[in-house]
Design a protein around this ligand. Structure first.
Ligand code: CA
Ligand code: CA
Length: 191
């Protein structure tokens, strides 16, 4: 019972923290938006890697974040006065943790992305930056029973409703989400 309460509290605290984070950032930038930037387009990121569907996933999460947080109006490319353009430069899978027998117990999926936010009318970069992130997974077990906090939210396995399905796929989604939040935060802090 107490554990359950504790878990809920952690989940609520995390949500609250995210809300505060975006809430504050949104509040503090009010009035300081460059007057010529009224909207943004986010074309599909270029994928330089052989990994499938990364561009679609990443571009979609960025667009989702921007509209959910009501940061700036999203329009299609030819009409926009700013563009968030990017490319997925590389991905890699490597050992992350070892067990007592010195065998790999956790792997790490890493992703590197280059992104630029362009002020179209002034042909000027509002930011140009490299982003990287990772997600961890175990190859021999299910994310719901691998003992790993796959999405790093403080909840593990059956205590976390997000931990299910293919473990590497989950690690990829975690890495993609982190990059998207990072890019959106950079947009917010550029103002
Ligand atoms: Ca897990
Ligand atoms: Ca978790």
């Amino acid at each position: 019972m107490i554990m359950e309460l504790k878990r809920r509290l952690i989940k609520i605290t995390n949500l609250y923290f995210i809300f505060v984070l975006f809430g504050c950032a949104y509040y503090s930038m009010a009035g300081s938006i460059p007057p010529n930037i009224r909207n943004v387009s986010v074309p599909l990121f270029v994928n330089q890697t052989p990994e499938f569907e990364l561009s679609e996933k990443l571009t979609n999460v960025i667009i989702e974040q921007i509209s959910e947080q009501n940061i700036i109006k999203i329009v299609s490319s030819p009409d926009s006065d700013s563009i968030i353009d990017g490319e997925i430069v590389s991905v890699s899978d490597g050992p992350y943790a070892f067990n007592n027998n010195e065998q790999v117990s956790e792997y790490r999926f890493s992703i590197k992305v280059k992104a630029i936010w362009l002020d179209v009318s002034n042909d000027k970069a509002l930011f140009e930056k490299d982003f990287s992130s990772f997600g961890t997974y175990s190859i021999d077990s299910d994310p719901s029973s691998d003992g790993i906090d796959n999405d790093n939210d403080g909840l593990i396995d059956s205590n976390d409703s997000d931990e299910f399905g293919d473990s590497r796929e989950l690690a990829i989604n975690v890495a993609i989400n982190k990059i998207a939040v990072d890019i959106v935060n950079t947009v917010l802090s550029t103002w």
